[in-house]
Write a protein that binds this ligand. Structure first.
Ligand SMILES: [Zn+2]
Length: 1032
């Protein structure tokens, strides 16, 4: 028992301040883009506040309207400018829109400027991209021409035949806002005084664009109005404040009429039209700067030289040429990299390149890896690096002749010459201490305090592990997993178990000194499951018995992680801890926590402290874990505050996953937990990883957002990385880019496989560059933008007041759109809200982000829930953030039982529900089945096997398995929704007008939130106002 040799170096309670670098409050966590950090948004500067910016005689400066306070009156600054520089906003290249045709239309003819041919699918894409959205504010002066109060238009080209058009119901038929509706009343009160805007001149002339589209049939594909889901419930509750009397004296124009929610850009329409245009097709990545299908569109991806969008998605696929242009647009330039993303079975897995002892071929100067961006010259004897332009010799073993095109004749035989993604076998130079790594180990650490024993959780875990351990990940060619396993239980003390195969019985060793944890055994702790199967089974049978009579309710936590990490370190293995924990660790030990949840801090400058860890113990521990390749997975079963911000910190920084089951009940919650555990255990992942992102000259990676740890400014350290984790990387210019060579990005991830092989995974992607702002906007991807904004904001709340962070988001949205309107839209659209086609749903998604519980502090929302959501989002890829912020709402009462497809979604608004309908809603974390009060008895019988609505139990967390086509179809849809999602969604059944409905309504994200967030319509009005102010 005196194996002090395994004791950790300095006890982590003595960590040295300053090493952490985890974004302590005083570190430079400035938020905002293209600004000098020293003059960024951290402090309000009244001199540059909006109220000081003249924007017309009608500018009302006063308290913001109720309910919209977070959306206006924000400080605003473009780049490092000073107040005096404000008038220079938007200066730059002359706006092409003024001349109408100063830049060529983005047509296939203009594409040969790039080395590769345009993809076959680009034509349809171009038509889409040419359209920009327009919402005109029509007043009484405008004949409310039925059907065309809003339209899509192309500013410079006649509308293509496939032009999209949103059709409104005829004006007079729009029902008046129901006065009894709480939402309707609130919406009216909270509406910004749209009609008083300085940016909107008097009578709005009839929009000439509307006349271009007389009687055009509705656009292709999805049509929101055609959603025939029974009678609409609430009518158009959301309207312009047409009923507001008068307004201030300067209001000479007419008042605004209703803005029908159907007329504003619909995320569903965008998703469905991309599906219609590109779904089911092969998408080949053969063209630099090509915009991939949306993340919601299913297609087959073929790597032809650039990384699949499953691995890398960008906020824009065309970078502005200069830093001035970038500052002007305020579009964040970022890539969301998911290096281990799952690929479906019908796509090719990554090739493995093995150069033996020589190792990968790399540029001598910048160390970039051989890839399709290297240009072979001098008959193939040398190559020029695409990243730093350095000329390198080709190693003799790698020499190959060039063909008449200057391409190596083995181009297609070598993945590293022709593919966007591939792997290299690493040499010993890439290993710790130049020794080949051992296969990783998984350590299961179970909280055996009173509550977990009594609830049956401990027994559940032990029983499950007996079968689950057979499913440890392994290499495809190997028969069994190389991963070692170990077991620890704990309450106030730690129990280690010796499960060596030669033992007849497992042996327990208790470590009571938790202030300086040491590992009491090495031999027999981390074992091969196959070899030790009987001893392990024996142990798992015994654990619940062993602690059956415990009275211990206090637990430790940090020493548990410390023990796991020390055990891995002693065994010289990377690995993953599976910690099953329930309570606030209040036992006397390092990392002891007190309940510091204080609702009084909400909406104060101190609110940010709720998201910061208590003390520095956990930060220091996280750093040690990363340094030793120890990933910490945490399964939390709290029934009160457990301080997620502190206990989850190590999980976050080590690339682990945090699962949380509030008020865990064995009956209802076991399926969800066991499914999560199973999936996590089987995940393909990389251990002990370091990621480096290299770029071609002129720009570089400046910010990394994710479940990662940064030891310096360039190396992203990850104790482990799995298929669901994504790192969002922001880029900034440091010079002018080059239109010919584009902007090239190479992500190299060094890691250890599940079998202990050291490899380097490479993902390459090439983007275009342009001096035309319109090119940048045309290739934006809103889903990636939201991923970036969410992570960026959720990081910023550690150091800045939440209101500041929300204000910045609103401002940046307005700024991006204002720049487009000013520079890329037709000048005839002065008073209109013009949205680039690629960003037409940015406002609705941005509003969803602003309304998320992380950014909106309300006493009703538990602090742990907010910290939990924050942590999840920080690690998410683009598909996950898209679904998380804009849930999928599926009508299931009118299922096509013959089709295998998931039905088209409808917009997340109460208006889309109907009393006779049934709807499924999922956001990747929660799932609801909402049942209208008059849903048909046949449907109820088919789904629940009960005769009527009243008989449905809302306690169930799953649907019964029934032998009828409807039930089977719905089960299939549930599986589809769940597949590829990192978290198992527990099904919550909600009956209309019964208690849990309030919970469900939070997810109707287009409506005004019960927690005060603006409705989509209100937010759009607010953004329009902000844009008008920016441009006035
Ligand atoms: Zn280079």
């Amino acid at each position: 028992m005196s194996q002090q040799g395994y004791v950790a170096a300095p006890p982590y309670s003595q960590s040295q301040p300053g090493i952490g670098g985890f974004g302590s409050p005083n570190s430079s966590l400035h938020y905002g883009h293209y600004g000098d950090p020293n003059s960024s948004y951290s402090a309000p500067q009244p001199s540059v506040s909006k109220s000081a910016v003249p924007f017309g005689s009608s500018a009302p400066v006063g308290p913001p309207p109720p309910g919209a306070h977070q959306l206006s009156q924000t400080n605003f600054q473009n780049g490092p400018g000073t107040p005096g520089q404000q008038p220079h906003r938007f200066q730059g290249p002359p706006p092409p829109g003024n001349t109408g045709a100063s830049y060529p239309p983005y047509s296939p003819q203009s594409q040969p400027a790039f080395p590769n041919a345009a993809p076959a699918s680009s034509t349809a894409q171009l038509a889409d991209q040419l359209n920009s959205m327009q919402i005109n504010n029509y007043g009484p002066g405008t004949t409310p021409s039925p059907g065309h109060p809003a339209s899509f238009q192309s500013p410079r080209l006649p509308p293509p035949p496939t032009q999209q058009q949103m059709v409104l119901p005829p004006g007079p038929q729009v029902p008046p806002p129901p006065t009894s509706s709480v939402n309707g009343l609130c919406a009216q009160q909270s509406l910004p005084p749209m009609a008083r805007q300085g940016g909107i001149p008097g009578p709005v002339p009839p929009n000439p664009n509307l006349q271009q589209l007389p009687g055009q049939p509705p656009g292709p594909g999805y049509h929101p109005q055609q959603a025939n889901y029974g009678p609409q419930m609430a009518g158009s509750q959301l309207s312009y404040p047409g009923a507001f009397p008068g307004g201030p004296g300067q209001l000479s124009g007419p008042q605004q009429k209703k803005l029908d929610p159907n007329s504003i850009p619909s995320p569903i329409q965008v998703i469905e039209s991309d599906k219609a245009a590109r779904g089911g097709q092969v998408y080949a990545t053969n063209t630099r700067g090509q915009v991939p299908p949306l993340v919601t569109t299913d297609c087959v991806i073929q790597d032809q030289g650039h990384a699949s969008p499953r691995y890398i998605r960008c906020t824009t696929y065309c970078f502005p040429l200069t830093s001035d242009m970038a500052k002007q647009t305020r579009i964040p330039l970022a890539a969301v990299i998911q290096p281990f993303a799952n690929v479906p079975p019908n796509e090719t897995p990554l090739y493995l390149v093995n150069h033996g002892e020589t190792g990968p071929i790399r540029c001598n100067r910048c160390k970039a890896y051989m890839c399709p961006f290297m240009q072979f010259i001098e008959g193939g004897r040398r190559y020029q690096c695409g990243f730093c332009n350095c000329i390198n010799d080709v190693p003799s073993f790698f020499f190959q002749h060039l063909d008449h095109m200057g391409r190596r004749i083995d181009h297609y035989e070598r993945p590293e010459l022709s593919l966007g993604s591939y792997e290299y076998v690493a040499t010993l130079d890439y290993c710790r201490d130049k020794k080949p790594p051992n296969p990783p180990a998984y350590i299961f650490m179970i909280d055996v305090s009173y509550r977990n024993i009594k609830s049956g959780l401990v027994k559940l875990i032990c029983d499950e592990l007996k079968t689950l351990l057979d499913k440890l990940p392994r290499e495809e060619q190997e028969e069994s997993s190389a991963i070692r396993v170990g077991f620890v239980t704990y309450n106030k003390v730690l129990h280690f178990f010796n499960v060596k195969s030669s033992l007849a019985q497992p042996q327990m060793m208790v470590v009571t000194d938790v202030s300086e944890v040491f590992v009491p055994l090495l031999d027999g702790f981390l074992v091969d499951f196959e070899e030790s199967r009987s001893v392990i089974t024996n142990l798992l049978d015994q654990i619940p018995e062993l602690f059956a009579d415990t009275n211990e309710s206090e637990t430790i936590f940090a020493p548990v992680i410390q023990a796991g990490m020390e055990a891995l370190k002693a065994a010289e293995r990377a690995g993953k801890l599976f910690i099953f924990h329930s309570s606030l660790p209040t036992a006397e030990a390092p990392g002891k926590l007190k309940n510091r949840d204080d609702k009084k801090l909400l909406n104060t400058d101190k609110e940010k402290t709720l998201f910061q860890p208590q003390g520095n113990c956990y930060e220091a521990l996280a750093r040690d874990c990363v340094a030793n390749g120890c990933c910490v997975n945490l399964f939390l079963f709290p029934n009160q505050y457990v301080d997620v911000a502190s206990v989850g910190l190590v999980t976050m920084y080590t690339g682990g996953t945090l699962y949380k089951y509030n008020n865990f009940q064995l009956d209802g919650d076991s399926p969800q937990f066991l499914s999560d555990l199973r999936r996590d255990m089987e995940k393909k992942m990389g251990f002990d990883a370091t990621m480096r992102v290299r770029t071609s000259t002129g720009f570089r990676a400046t910010e990394f957002l994710g479940a990662i740890y940064m030891n310096n400014t360039t190396d992203v350290e990850m104790a482990a990385v799995d298929c669901d984790k994504a790192v969002t990387v922001e880029f900034k210019h440091d010079d002018k880019l080059n239109e010919d060579t584009g902007a090239l990005i190479q992500c190299a991830l060094l890691y250890t496989t599940v079998s202990g092989q050291r490899r380097i995974r490479i993902h390459n992607i090439g983007l275009n560059c342009s001096a035309q702002l319109a090119d940048v906007y045309r290739t934006c991807e809103t889903d990636a933008l939201i991923n970036f904004f969410a992570k960026s904001a959720f990081k910023a709340i550690l150091s800045q007041p939440l209101k500041t962070v929300r204000d910045i988001l609103v401002n940046q949205t307005a700024h991006m759109l204002a720049c487009y309107k000013k520079n890329c839209a037709s000048p005839a659209t002065v008073s209109q809200l013009i949205l680039p086609d690629t960003m037409k749903v940015l406002p609705v998604y941005m509003n969803c982000l602003l309304k998320s519980c992380v950014l909106v502090g309300r006493a009703e929302i538990p602090t742990d829930e907010r910290a939990f959501h924050r942590q999840l989002v920080m690690a998410m890829g683009v598909a996950d953030t898209q679904l998380f912020f804009y849930p999928r709402l599926l009508p299931i009462h009118s299922l096509d039982l013959k089709s295998d497809a998931v039905p088209a979604a409808v917009r997340c608004s109460e208006e889309r529900l109907s009393e006779g309908g049934a709807f499924l809603l999922a956001n990747g974390l929660s799932m609801f089945l909402w049942l209208g009060a008059s849903v048909s008895p046949e449907l109820i019988q088919g789904l629940f096997n009960v005769p009527s609505f009243a008989h449905i139990s809302t306690d169930a967390t799953s649907l019964p398995d029934l032998d009828n086509p409807f039930s089977k179809k719905l089960k299939h849809i549930l599986e589809q929704l769940q597949s590829q999602k990192p978290y198992t969604m527990k099904l919550i059944i909600v009956k209309q007008r019964e208690q849990p409905e309030m919970l469900f309504r939070q997810f109707l994200v287009e409506d005004k939130s019960i927690y005060g967030g603006a409705s989509y319509v209100d937010f759009l009005v607010c953004i329009h106002k902000e844009i008008s102010q920016l441009l006035s």
